[in-house]
Design a protein around this ligand. Structure first.
Ligand code: ADP
Length: 404
């Protein structure tokens, strides 16, 4: 099952996007609908609300009088907490029921207006954010019967664009004609969502093709941060360290557009227990690779064992190396990154080596021969990196700036 979170500011077009995706086959769980359902007339939820806040929050028919309840909780934080303590567990429970009823091969779309405000992004395989220019949103809301003043006040009370951008894996600009958005959604569905779900269910990934170096992308660190938040959410206490490693973690260095992430765990057994959890973060286990190539400093191949997971999302190539904390491979990945960050000439040399090898392997089917061909460079430079580490007193940081 692929779980998508859909959010966006009021009037941006969430419902419009949700309708299109449902038309394409998504299974919709609408948080607003559930929030109304759990306090519908005759529901136990409504009885609890009435018991807590009195009959004045009910209308003459016994249904919830929303404006009356809003007036109570708007100015009283304690009342709001008590209301949430009733409603949130009911919404969560109903959401769980609907998730359990969704097809195993489904693409589930959870429409959650307050996804960003509620800090829920990491629970989804992808977060889709719908946006439109503020003036356009006000115009649409006025078209739905709201006053312009009310519309602007509601917009101002929600998360701002920067907060939404930070969690958006897919940014949907709905400022234009609906047909533009529809075409974009159709393509997203076909090229990303359907293959992502299928990869996840079948332990596959989409092909990366031959090695191709991309210019350094300032988005790489924010893309890493979103994946890291998912991994942390999915794996909980098993996460000892989590780092952006490899070339995409070195500012200014051209690299294959593939993020490398290192998850440090207590043991390989612990790594093996994470298969299900990591699928929840979008990563599938890649069993054909079980170790790194040993470096000269520690020739024993057994010491270089690891687990490799690969992002099943065809829209974001990423490798997750699960290594035991303090093992040679774990330490080397962190040292190599920090050495390249610190030493401009090492960076230049590494780039020259990568360029030559990428050119030599430009017509390969995949990147495995290229990766293998880089090993002699690592062997040759390992003593240089070690010398740098010694001279600077470098230690692997457990929670340095690169860690999440
Ligand atoms: P939300 O669910 O994000 O509050 P809706 O999907 O209900 O937003 O859209 C708000 C209003 O704007 C609706 O009346 C909808 O029909 C209209 N709308 C949505 N997308 C567009 C668009 N691209 N162009 C014009 N109007 C739109």
């Amino acid at each position: 099952m692929l779980r998508l979170g859909l959010t966006g500011g009021i009037g941006a077009g969430k419902s419009t996007v949700a309708r299109r995706l449902v038309g394409l086959g998504a299974y919709l769980i609408d948080a607003d609908v559930i929030a109304r359902e759990v306090v519908a007339p005759g529901s136990p939820g409504l009885a609890q609300v009435a018991a807590e806040f009195g009959a004045e929050v009910l209308d003459p028919d016994g249904a919830l009088d929303r404006p009356a309840l809003a007036a109570v909780v708007f100015t009283d934080e304690d009342a709001r907490t008590r209301l949430n303590a009733i409603v949130h567990p009911l919404v969560r429970h109903r959401t769980e029921e609907m998730l359990a009823a969704a097809p195993a091969d489904g693409i589930v779309l959870q429409d959650i207006p307050l996804l960003v405000e509620g800090g829920m992004a990491a629970a989804f395989h992808l977060v889709l954010v719908v946006d439109a220019a503020v003036d356009e949103r006000v115009r649409r809301l006025v078209g739905r019967g709201m006053t312009a003043e009310d519309a602007r006040a509601r917009i101002a009370a929600q998360a701002d664009e920067a907060a939404r951008r930070a969690v958006a894996d897919v940014w949907l600009d709905n400022s234009g004609e609906p047909s533009v958005m529809h075409a974009e959604l159709d393509k997203l569905w076909r090229d990303r969502l359907v293959p992502f779900e299928s990869n996840l269910r079948n332990d596959r990934r989409s092909g990366y093709g031959p090695p191709r170096l991309a210019e350094p992308n300032p988005e790489w660190s924010s893309e890493y941060a979103r994946l890291a938040a998912r991994i942390r959410f999915a794996c909980g206490d098993a996460v000892r360290t989590l780092d952006h490693i490899g070339s995409t973690s070195v500012p200014g260095l051209p690299a294959k557009d593939v993020l490398d992430i290192q998850l440090g765990v207590d043991s390989l057994d612990r790594a093996d227990e994470l298969v299900g959890a990591l699928r929840g973060a979008g990563f599938v286990h890649w069993p054909s690779i079980t170790r790194d190539t040993p470096k000269a400093s520690v020739p024993d191949p057994e010491a270089w064992r690891k687990r490799l997971y690969i992002n099943a999302d065809p829209g974001r190539a990423a490798n997750l190396h699960v290594r035991v904390v303090d093992s040679p491979g774990w330490r080397y990945a962190l040292m190599f990154r920090d050495w390249l960050c610190a030493d401009a000439s090492a960076r230049d040399e590494y780039l020259a080596a990568k360029r030559a090898l990428a050119a030599a392997h430009a017509t390969d089917r995949d990147t495995s021969a290229y990766a293998q061909a880089k090993e002699p460079w690592f062997d040759r430079t390992e003593p240089l990196a070690e010398a740098w580490a010694r001279s600077t007193g470098w230690r692997p940081r457990l929670d340095g700036p690169h860690s999440e």
